[in-house]
Design a protein around this ligand. Sequence first.
Ligand SMILES: [Zn+2]
Ligand SMILES: [Zn+2]
Length: 94
Amino acid sequence: MSQPATCHCGLWESSPGTLRSQGVPEGFCGICDVCGAPGHVRAHPAAPVSGAWCDACYSNLATGNGVLIARAVPWIALSLGLLAAGVAVWRSLA
Ligand SMILES: [Zn+2]
Ligand SMILES: [Zn+2]
């Protein structure tokens, strides 16, 4: 199984004791920050931070709610703006 080049699995070559002392099973290089499953230390797909994420949480971060909300914000702002404009017009007519 190929792992991302940016993760810390190289520690199994250079310093396996470090990973074992953190309770990380072989084949992984970190414990997931989200769910506690074995995972890999790597860069966040959608934000400029690094952390330990399992494969499931990593793909959630890449495609999940965080990204959807970020994409939805301009549309929510636009609808609220239109709503406010509509109410202002309605009030001026009433
Ligand atoms: Zn790794
Ligand atoms: Zn996880």
